[in-house]
Structures are given as C-alpha cells and as structure tokens.
Write a protein that binds this ligand. Sequence first.
Ligand code: SF4
Ligand code: SF4
Length: 119
Amino acid sequence: MEYSQETIELATVISETCISCGRCMRDCLFLQKYCEDPQQLFQRFLTEGLEPIIPYSCMLCGRCTVVCPLQLKLDEAFLAMRRDLINEGVPLKRLRSVQVHQKLSTSKLFTAVNRGDDK
Ligand code: SF4
Ligand code: SF4
C-alpha cells in the first residue's frame, strides 16, 4: 500500500509530537479499542501500516483535537489514510462493518452535540 506524502507527513507529526498524555483516549472508544496511545498507533502506521478498518473506524468528530494540549489533528490523518485507500482501490464493500457503524453512529439514537468544551 502506497500512502501519499501528505498522509506520511500528518502521521509523522503525530508520532513525533504526541506526548501520550491520554486526554484524547478518555472519550474515544475507537482509540481505546485500537491503541495504547496515538503516538504508538501512528508509529505503527509508519513502520508497518494499519489494517484499513482502523482509519475507517474514526468518526472524524474532532473531539481529540479539542482536548489535545498540542491540538494534534488525528482526524485529518485518518481521513488522509482513507483517501489513499480509495485511490489504491480498496473498496468500501470490503468494509461492511464500517458501513453499519457509520449508519448507526449518524442515527438520531446515537448522535449528540459536541460543543467543544473540555468537560
Ligand atoms: S476524530 Fe477520531 S480519533 Fe478523534 S475523538 Fe473523534 S473518533 Fe476519536
Ligand atoms: S491528547 Fe494529544 S498529546 Fe495527548 S495522547 Fe492524545 S494526541 Fe497525544
């Protein structure tokens, strides 16, 4: 899998500057499921890549950036990975669980308003 220079740069910034404080992990079930902390996750991406299900499981909500003391943009990095996967022809139909997840997570039942405060 070939990732774009933009994706590599976004991931490198996170892997080199994340201080593993864990603030973003507190509210994000996705991060809790797939990593010990973002630094470790993005280092893994840069050295061996990630399973496509991982970038597709981020909801791109931006909550992590709001609470991060460095305002690291994890959502931008995951979105860039997703663009690269599409450009490489990884079809979404191979990710049916993601389709179900996105359908449910945008339903009224599971949708809340993120006001961006740090509480
Ligand atoms: S943008 Fe992704 S990583 Fe950040 S809090 Fe939302 S789901 Fe978690
Ligand atoms: S909040 Fe920012 S610095 Fe802290 S673990 Fe998350 S990405 Fe790293």
